[in-house]
Design a protein around this ligand. Structure first.
Ligand code: FAD
Length: 630
């Protein structure tokens, strides 16, 4: 009989990136016994890789900034498909969350007069990103971890046990959530090192598992991002929204092949980097869409002046939202004006002095020198789009972060709604802090409402499923790495940055076949550190998430934000108010339904000019709204 380690907690947080840590800190501050679980080593999460900064309208660099301007920018970036209540909470609470980090010991870069310095980023009207050089995520994670340790020290002093109220379980992968009478009761997983199984019984669980990028062959995401949280939520009965919207970051490395997809931070453009094709042309001026025409420079001279005089000039088009820049680069390469490696040039050396580049972009300088033998203080970088971020995720109540399943909360990249069809750079770090805190708070409150018992039969079933790749039922099945590559290739080629109906139909057929093969992947050896086994279990999740993206992308017959259809190239107001909702059917299929968005509250609606709203809303919607507020 298999021994399963058991732990009981009030709140279990799955994921130790920014969202998970902030949630766990809040739950512990509310007096709850809290566990933090992470698949990789504690401290290694996507959050640590975030370079550019954390968006918050503190108004230090430009006093005209405030939450309303941030709110408007976020809604524009998401093409008005965002959950407006989440965007409102985010814009209002982000400055407090950044200040709070400083009280935990973070130290952001300063302006000359000693306030937190803020940098420009695509889609943000004013310099808004609080940052620490190009290593902001590292400071954020370091600070939150330090806060966890400091709370543990308080607990040690009070109870004699540092882990009595908050404990970290790392290199532990959760494979199953348990529900009892429809409400969360616990979860199940294994330790990666020795393969031992573990269950956590808890009435409240916060999913903070990050993204899904590993479903694509070219991605900035690392190995953990197989959409586990998205799939766990679906299987527990929760819903996902916006899964057709993936962000392809415009600038990933394209050469050498071993680092293809690795991120080149947007700060390079924020700090003055320009994009050129192989003819030497600054092509972004050709790609400013109508909805943004008034906000962007029409000449190189005006764009250049903006860096020193932003109040009297318009920003250069290199700083359009990411979806626009990624599509433009894609078009240039397709038109034969790209480099031999399929990229374009990004050059910061012509605008900034070498010492400035070394000060502002030290990691980028190091990355290119070490990995590509390119000195960015003298030469341009070669860049192209890379799968970066998933806007789609668990459908949650905006104020509490609770999903459709009582006791199941989601925050950070795994949650959907906040960013609509496209996320602005810098809005993720702030999202993690704002909604991480809210999820932790409401999970703590929920833990007081009762403690459903885990059904032993569910534990047995979870164990059996985890052991399946070793069992005789799958003997002779395929190697999971082969199936994973097939899935990545399918998504990259057929549901990638530019999509077509017939290609996506083909992708869904291929996914059916991949589903059959996934059910029977088999692995050799035993449970001691066995990456093949780990991947076999992750594959189920990748598959379910890929199905959501494929089905939703085929259904949405328009182009908006991170979803571009070659066969439906325009943004269509009749689609703006529709959310595509995914639910699991059985273990490895999903069904899709349409759901109306809640109309924006009228005081928020009134923050926009009618002329702008006309670009996004139908005439009927506009009439109705104005009538509402009258
Ligand atoms: P993550 O930080 O991704 O953490 C997820 C956690 O969940 C990890 O601890 C992981 O181990 C754990 N986990 C996953 N699955 C399981 C499982 N099954 N069981 C147990 N644990 C699990 N955003 C910005 O706002 N500004 C930036 O400058 C910026 N730069 C970026 C640069 C790069 C290279 C990348 C990849 C992203 C960047 N982003 C940036 C986006 C941002 O970093 C991420 O969206 C954000 O960090 C996600 O945080 P999170 O807390 O939701 O999850």
């Amino acid at each position: 009989d298999e021994q399963i380690e058991r732990h009981d907690y009030d709140v279990v947080v799955i994921g130790a990136g920014g969202a998970g840590l902030r949630a766990a800190i809040e739950a512990r501050l509310q007096g709850k016994r809290t566990a933090i679980i992470s698949k990789s080593l504690f401290g290694k999460a996507h959050t640590v890789m975030a370079e550019g900064g954390c968006a918050a309208s503190m108004g230090n660099a430009n006093p005209n900034d405030n939450w309303q301007v941030h709110y408007r920018d976020t809604m524009r970036g998401g093409k008005f498909l965002n959950n407006w209540r989440m965007a409102e909470l985010h814009a209002k609470e982000a400055p407090d969350r950044v200040w709070e980090l400083e009280t935990y010991g973070a130290l952001f870069d300063r302006t000359k007069d000693g306030t937190i310095s803020q940098r420009n980023f695509g889609g943000h009207t004013y310099p808004r990103l609080a940052h620490v050089g190009d290593r902001t995520g590292l400071e954020l994670i370091r600070t939150l971890q330090q806060k966890v340790v400091s709370l543990q020290q308080e607990d040690l002093a009070e109870t004699g046990d540092a882990e009595s109220r908050i404990r970290v379980f790392h290199e532990c992968t959760i494979t199953e959530l348990f529900t009892t009478d429809g409400a969360i009761s616990g979860c199940f997983g294994y330790f990666r090192g020795d393969g031992r199984f573990v269950r956590f019984d808890a009435p409240a669980i916060v999913l903070a598992t990050g993204g899904v990028g590993k479903s694509y062959s070219v991605t900035s995401n690392s190995w953990e991002y197989t959409g586990d949280g998205h799939a766990l939520a679906l299987r527990a009965g929760a819903t996902l929204i916006n899964m057709e919207f993936l962000q392809f970051h415009p600038t990933g490395m394209v050469w050498p092949p071993s680092v293809r997809g690795l991120l080149v931070t947007e700060s390079v453009r924020g700090d003055g980097g320009v994009l050129r094709n192989t003819d030497g042309k600054r092509f972004m001026f050709e790609y400013v869409p109508d909805v943004f025409k008034e906000q962007y420079a029409t000449s190189e001279e005006e764009g250049d002046r903006w860096y020193t005089d932003p109040d009297n000039n318009r920003r250069p088009p290199e700083l359009l939202p990411r979806d626009e820049v990624a599509r433009a680069i894609n078009s240039e390469v397709k038109a034969g004006r790209g480099t031999e490696h399929g990229g374009v040039f990004l050059d910061v050396s012509t605008r900034l002095k070498p010492e400035e580049i070394l000060k502002r972009l030290p990691s980028m300088h190091h990355q290119f020198k070490e990995l590509a033998d390119v000195d960015i203080t003298k030469e341009p970088m070669e860049v192209g789009p890379t799968c970066h971020y998933v806007m789609g995720g668990v459908e949650v109540e905006p104020d509490t972060a609770m999903s459709k399943v009582p006791g199941l909360f989601a925050a950070g990249e795994v949650a959907g709604g906040m960013h609509g069809s496209n996320r602005l750079g810098g809005n993720s770090l702030s999202d993690l802090l704002v909604f991480g805190r809210r999820a932790g708070l409401h999970a703590a409150q929920h833990a007081d409402t009762g403690r459903p018992a885990v059904a032993e039969s569910d534990v047995a079933a979870a164990l059996e499923r985890a052991m399946l790749p070793f069992s005789s039922a799958t003997a002779g099945g395929e190697n999971p790495f082969v199936v994973q590559q097939e899935l990545q290739k399918t998504m990259h080629e057929l549901v990638g940055i530019i999509r077509k109906g017939d290609e996506m139909e083909l992708a869904l057929k291929k996914l059916e076949d991949i589903a059959t093969r996934t059910r029977t992947v088999s692995v050799e050896g035993h449970r001691r550190f066995n990456p093949g086994w780990h991947l076999a279990l992750d594959l189920r999740n990748m598959l379910l998430v890929a199905l959501c993206t494929g089905k939703a992308a085929l259904e949405r017959q328009e182009s908006r934000g991170g979803h571009t259809r070659d066969d439906f190239p325009v943004m269509d107001s009749d689609w703006r108010h529709l959310l595509l909702v995914c639910r699991a059917i059985g273990e490895d299929d999903v069904e899709l339904t349409r759901q109306e968005q809640l109309p924006m509250r009228s005081d928020l609606f009134d923050l926009f000019e009618s002329d702008e709203l006309k670009k996004y809303y139908t005439g009927d919607e506009l009439g109705g709204h104005r009538a509402d507020s009258a």
